[in-house]
Design a protein around this ligand. Structure first.
Ligand code: SF4
Length: 487
C-alpha cells in the first residue's frame, strides 16, 4: 500500500497510543475526540483528495526512489513543476478546508533534511542521507503524516542554547549510547503534532561549537515513550465540545491546524533515525531551507482560504442586501487583488527555485520570505475587509442554542433575517464562518506561522545583496570616475 484513504488514515491514528493532554484531560483517541476531529478531518482531506480524479494530478506524484505512485506530501521536489504544483495543491486544499491541513510542515521538513543530510555526508563522511532515504521510503510506502518540529521554547531569548540556565529550553542530546542517543527538551507550536504518525525534529537556529549538543535532527514515532503532547487552546474551542454545530463556523475543519507543545523527556532515538548529531555548522542552513520551504507555501494555503473567505463575504452581503453597493464591490475586488498578489509571490518563488547538490529543488529564498512577509499584512487586511462587509453582527450574533430555544428561537430567526427570501439560518451560518476565519487564532497563525515577520526581514536582508544594488547605482552615477570638480 502506498496511498491511504482518509478513513485508513483515521484508522491508522486509532492504532497509535500517543500521550496527549488537553484541558486537563488525557486524550484516548484523537480521531474520535470532538476537540480534535476537525483537525483530523482537514489532514484526512490530504489523503482523500489525492485519490479524487479532479485533484490527483496535484496531490499525487511518482516516487523518485521506487517509481510508485505516492501522495505529494511524501515527495521530494525534483523540478520547478514540483514546486509550482505544491503551491497549487495548497491553494486547492485551502479552498476546500478554509483552514490549515497541517501536513505541509513535515513535508517541508523532509525536503530540507533530505538535501542537508546529503551535504553533511559530503563534508563529514557520515551516512545521514542513507538513513533519511530509508525513513523516506517508509513514509512513502505507508503514506505517513509527519510533523515538522522545529521551534524550541527558547527560554531567555538573549541567551544561546548552551547559555540557558535550564539546559532543556532547546532540544538537545543528553546521552550518546551504543545504539542511539537520548534527547530532552520541548518543541512549541507544532502543527498537526497530535494527529501525525511521527515527528521530524530539527534544530531551530544557527549554532556555535559550544551548542553542538543542540544540533540534533531525528525522527520518532508519535507514541515513543517520553514523548508528551500538550495541545494548545484556540479561540472558541469549547464550541467544538458543547454540542453546537452552527456556532463552530467551520464545523468540519476548524479554525486552525491545531498546535501542540511536544515534550521530549529523555527520549531514546536509535541511530538509524538520527540525521544530525553535533554538526552545528549545518544547523543554520537547515533552518533556512525549512523556512524557505514553508514560507513558499503561504501564498498557496492562505489564498485558498481567502477564496473561501471572499466567497463568504459576498454571500453574506447578498443575504444582507448590500452586494450591489459600490463600496462593497470595491472591497471584494480589493480582497481579490490582495489574494492574487500573495499567490503571485508563491508561484514566483517556485519558478525561481533551483536544484541543490542532492538533486532536490528548493524555492528562491528571497521571494519565499517576501511571500510570507506579505501574508503577515495582506491576510489581516483581507480579514479586515471581510469584517467591514459583514458588519457588527459578526461580534453580536445570538447563539445557535437561543435560535433553537422554544421561547426565544422565533425571535432570533425573525430578527436575524436580512433579505426576505434568504433564511436567517443561511445568514447565521455565514456570519459564524466569517467569525471563525477572521477572529482570534486564525489570524495569529498568519503572523507567526512559518516564523515571525522579523525572521523574514532578517532573511530578506541577507538575500537582498545591497552591495550589488549600490554598485548598480554607482555605475549610473559614475562614482569613482574622474572627479568633475578638482579643488
Ligand atoms: Fe500547510 Fe498553510 Fe497549515 Fe502551514 S499554515 S501547515 S502551509 S496549511
Amino acid at each position: 500500500m502506498s496511498m491511504m484513504t482518509g478513513e485508513q488514515y483515521r484508522k491508522s491514528l486509532r492504532r497509535l497510543k500517543p500521550e496527549i493532554y488537553y484541558m486537563g484531560e488525557k486524550i484516548e483517541s484523537v480521531a474520535d475526540h470532538p476537540a480534535f476531529v476537525p483537525h483530523v478531518n482537514a489532514a484526512a482531506l490530504t489523503y482523500e483528495m489525492a485519490l479524487a480524479p479532479e485533484f490527483e494530478e496535484l496531490l499525487s506524484t511518482t516516487s523518485h526512489l521506487t517509481g510508485e505512485k505516492i501522495n505529494r506530501y511524501t515527495h521530494i521536489h525534483h523540478s520547478h513543476d514540483d514546486l509550482v504544483k505544491k503551491v497549487k495543491m495548497l491553494r486547492a486544499l485551502g479552498q476546500q478546508t478554509g483552514s490549515c491541513f497541517q501536513r505541509c510542515v513535515g513535508h517541508d521538513g523532509l525536503n530540507s533534511v533530505y538535501s542537508i543530510t546529503y551535504e553533511i555526508d559530503q563534508k563529514m563522511g557520515t551516512d545521514y542521507h542513507k538513513r533519511l532515504v530509508n525513513l523516506l521510503k517508509e513514509v512513502q510506502s505507508k503514506d505517513l503524516m509527519i510533523s515538522g518540529a522545529m521551534t524550541d521554547v527558547k527560554g531567555d531569548r538573549r541567551l544561546s542554547p548552551s547559555q540557558q540556565k535550564d539546559p532543556d529550553l532547546y532540544v538537545h542530546m543528553v546521552e550518546k549510547q551504543k545504539d542511539g542517543i537520548v534527547v530532552s527538551g520541548a518543541k512549541a507550536h507544532i502543527t498537526g503534532a497530535v494527529n501525525s504518525h511521527g515527528h521530524l525534529v530539527m534544530p531551530t537556529a544557527a549554532m556555535k561549537a559550544e551548542d553542538a549538543g543542540y544540533a540534533v535532527c531525528f525522527y520518532v514515532p508519535v507514541d515513543t515513550p517520553g514523548v508528551i503532547h500538550i495541545f494548545g487552546r484556540q479561540t472558541n474551542d469549547t464550541r467544538k465540545c458543547d454540542g453546537c454545530f452552527l456556532d463552530q463556523g467551520n464545523v468540519d475543519y476548524g479554525i486552525v491546524g491545531g498546535e501542540a507543545l511536544i515534550v521530549f523527556d529523555k527520549v531514546f532515538v536509535p541511530w538509524e533515525r538520527v540525521f544530525m548529531c553535533g554538526e552545528y555548522e549545518f544547523a543554520y542552513e537547515l533552518v533556512e531551507r525549512f523556512a524557505t520551504a514553508h514560507r513558499q507555501n503561504y501564498g498557496g494555503c492562505k489564498t485558498g482560504m481567502a477564496d473561501t473567505l471572499i466567497g463568504a463575504s459576498y454571500a453574506l452581503a447578498q443575504a444582507q442586501g448590500t452586494d450591489r453597493a459600490s463600496h462593497i464591490r470595491d472591497k471584494l475586488v480589493e480582497m481579490v487583488h490582495l489574494t492574487e498578489t500573495l499567490y503571485c509571490c508563491s508561484i514566483a518563488c517556485s519558478c525561481q527555485g533551483y536544484a541543490l547538490p542532492a538533486g532536490s529543488y528548493m524555492a528562491d529564498p528571497l521571494l519565499a520570505n517576501v511571500t510570507k512577509l506579505n501574508v503577515t499584512r495582506h491576510v489581516y487586511e483581507i480579514a479586515r475587509l471581510a469584517q467591514d462587509i459583514a458588519g457588527g453582527i459578526l461580534a453580536t450574533a445570538p447563539s445557535e442554542m437561543d435560535w433553537k430555544d422554544p421561547r426565544v428561537g422565533k425571535y432570533v430567526d425573525k430578527y436575524m433575517k436580512g433579505v426576505a427570501d434568504i433564511p436567517a439560518e443561511t445568514r447565521m451560518r455565514l456570519i459564524r464562518l466569517l467569525e471563525a476565519m477572521t477572529c482570534g487564532t486564525a489570524l495569529v497563525e498568519s503572523m507567526h506561522g512559518a516564523g515571525s515577520p522579523q525572521a523574514q526581514r532578517i532573511m530578506i536582508e541577507r538575500q537582498a545583496n545591497l552591495e550589488r544594488k549600490k554598485r548598480l547605482a554607482e555605475k549610473l552615477a559614475k562614482i569613482g570616475e574622474q572627479p568633475l570638480l578638482v579643488c
